[in-house]
Design a protein around this ligand. Structure first.
Ligand SMILES: Cc1cc2nc3c(=O)[nH]c(=O)nc-3n(C[C@H](O)[C@H](O)[C@H](O)COP(=O)(O)OP(=O)(O)OC[C@H]3O[C@@H](n4cnc5c(N)ncnc54)[C@H](O)[C@@H]3O)c2cc1C
Length: 417
């Protein structure tokens, strides 16, 4: 066991939420450690679309220009591909002010985005422990001790103890584990499992992001960086099990979950089938989940939660990266001088939770309502009928999901470079 190391904050997870929180706290002069279990770059289950409202924040985090240089085309139209139907409507964009130059969202692979963000946090002074998994958090007086295990150390898994008064849980929500901030394991037939793959050579119009609905699930397609088209979806566990069973009977052998998902989308969604007709898969299908939509405590027992760990919207609205980046930033704004003393941390926790709800609860509830409709009996047909008659509901849905909502606190001088 190595000797203990002391910081002001330990951030568990180096995705968008962890990197933005760590970077912003480091800017405030905090000694920050980030613990990330995976080596980067790594791909991730995610549609990879990000709203333009985040660009001003990415500028503050120091990666705005790199994102602009790397990301895919502007997404000016939102669509619905359902059965044989294809409907399109304008995506709401920033019309005026400094944000207008980035009027529309774009998609950037998580292998690239997450690496840019973590590198920026490192440059701001955060100490990055990677690939290292946080395996335990224990109270130690006014501080907490986080046990981390390095992958592939000379003696297998080496353990190190980090100590800090503030712990930021940024480990996402899809993986159960032993940490008090991690969610328990679930296994229900209604669980939604996430899948994602990149394809090249797709004929999807470069400025269109369609929502896909199909029996038992929903998904999305968008052109990301370097000609890669990202397709991602969620599908009910019981539907997937049935699909795998029926495909196995037809073909004789067991098909993989990903093969079953791809087959199902191609068989039931004409728009997706047409877009992928000439396309080639770039890398394997990835799977994750079950996803855990909902709003959780933002602060509990000296652990602050950001990103998916704090709350998750159904990915049907493609706002998870925004919520991750922005919640990390919000937390750094509220934490301020709160590192010393339990009372100050409690007060910062309450302020942060209130700010979080003010910014995100509408989109979490809107996403929940849309997803329930898409997944419920007859719901996909109802969505199709409404959107066919009123295509502008797609634009309204995108607006309700927070795509044009400004990020607070960007002028705060304490978080300047
Ligand atoms: C099918 C699907 C499509 C989606 N599409 C979009 C989209 O188009 N746009 C969008 O904005 N959002 C989308 N999302 C949501 C988005 O992917 C998430 O909301 C986002 O990744 C959350 O960021 P995060 O930083 O909170 O967590 P994550 O991105 O999950 O990052 C958590 C990090 O913590 C690390 N970690 C976990 N446990 C530990 C541990 N014990 N120790 C150390 N490190 C640990 C992980 O390796 C990971 O790097 C989609 C989600 C799904 C399922």
């Amino acid at each position: 066991m190595r000797r203990p190391s002391t910081h002001d904050a330990i951030v568990i997870g180096g995705g968008p939420a962890g990197a933005s929180a760590a970077l912003a706290l480091a800017r405030r002069g905090w000694a920050v450690a980030i613990v990330e279990k995976s080596a980067f770059p790594r791909r991730k289950v995610c549609g990879e679309y990000m709203s333009a409202s985040n660009l001003a924040l990415l500028d503050r985090l120091g990666i705005g220009d790199a994102w602009r240089a790397e990301a895919g085309p502007e997404i000016r139209r939102v669509g619905l591909f359902a059965g044989d139907t294809r409907i399109e409507a304008p995506m709401p964009g920033a019309r005026a002010g400094p944000a207008a130059r980035d009027g529309f969202g774009r998609a950037l692979g998580r292998d690239i985005l997450d690496t840019l963000l973590l590198d920026a946090a490192r440059s701001a002074g955060a100490e990055v422990f990677q690939p290292c998994r946080a395996v335990a958090i224990e109270r130690d007086g006014d501080r907490q001790a986080v046990r981390i295990q390095a992958k592939g150390g000379s003696s297998g898994n080496e353990a190190t103890i980090l100590r800090a008064p503030v712990i930021v849980a940024a480990h996402g929500s899809w993986e159960p584990g032993p940490l008090p901030s991690q969610l328990g394991k679930v296994n229900r037939s209604s669980d939604l499992l996430g899948f994602k793959a990149h394809f090249t050579g797709s004929s999807l119009p470069p400025d269109l992001m369609p929502l896909l609905t199909f029996p038992g699930g929903y998904g999305g397609m968008v052109l990301a960086d370097h000609g890669r088209m990202s397709i991602s979806c969620c599908i009910r566990r019981d539907v997937l099990t049935r699909l795998r069973g029926s495909l196995a009977r037809e073909g004789g052998g067991q098909v993989s979950a990903a093969e079953a998902v791809e087959h199902h989308i191609m068989a039931t969604c004409r728009g997706a089938r047409d877009a992928l007709e000439q396309a080639r898969r770039d890398g394997p299908w990835l799977a994750a989940g079950p996803i855990r939509p909902g709003i959780r405590a933002g602060y509990e027992a000296d652990i602050f939660r950001v990103g998916n760990a704090a709350g998750e919207s159904h990915p049907i609205i493609a706002e998870g990266i925004s919520m991750a980046l922005q919640s990390g930033w919000l937390l750094a704004l509220e934490l301020g001088e709160a590192a010393s003393g339990h009372g100050k941390r409690e007060a910062a926790g309450r302020r942060y939770e209130a700010a979080w709800r003010g910014l995100f609860s509408t989109r979490v509830h809107a996403a929940d309502a849309i997803a329930r409709l898409a997944l419920g009996p007859g719901g996909a047909a109802l969505i199709e009928a409404v959107v066919r008659n009123f295509p502008q509901t797609l634009t309204l849905g995108a607006r309700l999901s927070g795509k044009t909502k400004a990020v607070p606190g960007l002028a705060d001088a304490r978080l300047a470079r």
